[in-house]
Design a binder for this molecule. Sequence first.
Ligand SMILES: Nc1ncnc2c1ncn2[C@@H]1O[C@H](COP(=O)(O)OP(=O)(O)OP(=O)(O)O)[C@@H](O)[C@H]1O
Length: 357
Amino acid sequence: MSPADASAERHGAAVAIRGLTKTFKSTIALHPIELSIPKGEILVLLGPSGCGKTTLLRLIAGLEIPDGPDMVRFDDEDVSAVPIERRNVGLVFQSYALFPNMSVAENVGYGLKVRGMPGQARQAETLRLMQLVGIAELADRRISQISGGQRQRVALARALAIKPRILLLDEPLAALDAVLREYLRVEIGALLRRFGITAVYVTHDQAEAMAIGDRIAVMQAGRIAQIDTPQEIYRRPANAFVANFIGTMNRIEAPVANGVMTAGSGETRLSLALGGPDRAATVWFRPEAIRLSHGDGAISARVVATTFFGATQRLVAALDPGHRLQVDLPADRPFMPGERVAFDLDASDILEFPNQA
Ligand SMILES: Nc1ncnc2c1ncn2[C@@H]1O[C@H](COP(=O)(O)OP(=O)(O)OP(=O)(O)O)[C@@H](O)[C@H]1O
């Protein structure tokens, strides 16, 4: 059991998934999945297309039935065969699924009406929810008269209205433009935390995952490749797949002899003290881990190009034709293509995943 899972057990798991598999005819969409989601956690499912994110979310929702019994538990109750309408889950999708012929307030209050909440109490609760997500002034508008970002807030308020045990969000911001996405992901994260709600959030956007998740489960081909906090996943990816998928990584493949990895030759070369036996090794390091040094460094390379990002710049430098490095540096130093630069790296910033390339 991982430390995160142990913590989930201690604080009471809202959702416990044990040996969960899902097979569609001949496609194994999920291999046995183990997962505990503590109460109040926002868990992000992140991964490339087809890795099983949506299938896992739908199984938690009750929109799909798992291969066997006792694979999905809510608050220690087996819900594997319980249909969605009896699970008390809230759903928010990319496509909003709002009622176009109803007003914003009617959409938000819909679930409360269906549950038989009397008119006055319902109106008060609807107003409270609309205020919370910042759409109270739009109460009487039709859905067709509000923007995409406002629609997503209506969808969120409607899902929260029924006080779900767990809120499930599937790419809720995918239809919005980049600026609005960036704004709303921070807002939604803050809002969910204020509610203290347990949430599972599917995205293939790593920046969104980092911004929203208490933990991120990185999925690969129907399995969870790593589950941990955004910081841990970024700093200590569990394997080459996660390293490749999260953020930008430099990857150097070269032989190690007498504990030193060497690549390139002459004026542009790399020489990293890795220790260990002689081997063909692959090492990984982040662009921001590389420091510019004076004179000779562990890495000497030639500048190929620079991209200006405002506060920082990303420099592409070549060791040899097969090895290019990306380096993030403050923007105040100008570099010329063809210029030779020397870099250093801390040993603790160099990652190696033995037994996998
Ligand atoms: N109803 C279905 N019938 C058959 N195969 C399915 C069905 N639903 C999903 N699959 C398969 O299961 C695998 C996982 O699909 P899933 O939709 O969960 O992936 P995803 O990670 O959500 O992808 P995306 O980001 O593209 O939505 C895929 O190989 C997919 O083709």
